[in-house]
Design a protein around this ligand. Structure first.
Ligand code: MG
Ligand code: MG
Length: 257
């Protein structure tokens, strides 16, 4: 069952998203070779709690951290660890905040120092594909319309689209209906109605679309071990227009690529 939100509820999600955006900004300031991914996780948790929020992911189905940190061939759901970032890595940082009864969810993939040109292009195109999806996430469209917009854009570059993991509705729960895949057919899937709040999150591979789960029971990586990128925003759909509730503004003030 889809739980549509009122304007007042969306305002609360926006408050949660503001804390989330700033937490991402704090992480962005720290990214450089030699930093342990565990330190990023600690900073995010501290920032979120200092601002009255709760990290959505911590203890979610037993997940051990506030951030999902997925490096290089890891797609999503990686654990922060003692690993030290090194030049040439790419790193997806996915975070959620629970505040005043509502979740927000967003992700960003960073290059660490110089990375190969083909990997930079993967990051750029995946980020652009998120905005292609958002452009088509409008009242009266269907999920398939935005999914098709993402798919047709990234497949033009020959990239693989992860199919096993998808975006989702969210609100009082971190994951609600409907599912929001990154591939699909125009005119198909659930209708985008007034008050629908969804996380759109393309997960795009440089190589094939196939993924496997690591033995830790969480981390998803590419089967061919080529790099993967992930960008995510939470958006609200209203008759009067779609609002992007999460922000990458604080990341982009502190980190340029
Ligand atoms: Mg997320
Ligand atoms: Mg999500």
């Amino acid at each position: 069952m889809v739980k549509y939100k009122t304007r007042d509820e969306v305002e609360l999600i926006k408050e949660s998203a503001e804390i989330l955006g700033k937490a991402h900004g704090e992480i962005a300031k720290m990214i450089e070779p030699g930093v342990k991914t565990r330190q990023l996780d600690e900073r995010a948790e501290e920032f979120i709690r200092d601002h009255g929020g709760v990290p959505s992911f911590k203890n979610f189905n037993g997940f051990p951290a506030s951030l999902c940190i997925s490096l290089n061939e890891n797609v999503v759901h990686g654990f922060p660890s003692e690993y030290e970032l090194k030049e040439g890595d790419i790193m997806s940082v996915d975070c959620g905040v629970f505040y005043k009864g509502f979740h927000s969810d967003s992700a960003y993939t960073y290059p660490v120092g110089d990375v190969p040109e083909e990997v930079m292009q993967l990051l750029k195109v995946t980020k652009e594909s998120l905005y292609k999806g958002i452009e088509h996430a409008v009242y009266g469209n269907r999920v398939g319309d935005l999914a098709y917009a993402i798919q047709s854009y990234v497949e033009g570059y020959g990239y693989g689209i992860v199919r096993e993991l998808v975006g989702h509705g969210l609100g009082r729960d971190l994951h609600e209906s409907p599912e929001v895949p990154n591939y699909g057919k125009r005119g198909k899937g659930p209708l985008l109605k007034d008050g629908l709040v969804i996380a759109i999150e393309p997960m795009i591979n440089l190589g094939t679309r196939n993924v496997v789960q690591e033995a830790d029971g969480w981390t998803i990586r590419t089967a061919d071990r080529k790099p993967s990128a992930h960008f995510e925003h939470t958006v609200a759909i209203f008759k009067e227009g779609t609002e992007v509730l999460t922000t990458h503004k604080y990341i982009e003030e502190n980190f340029k690529f």
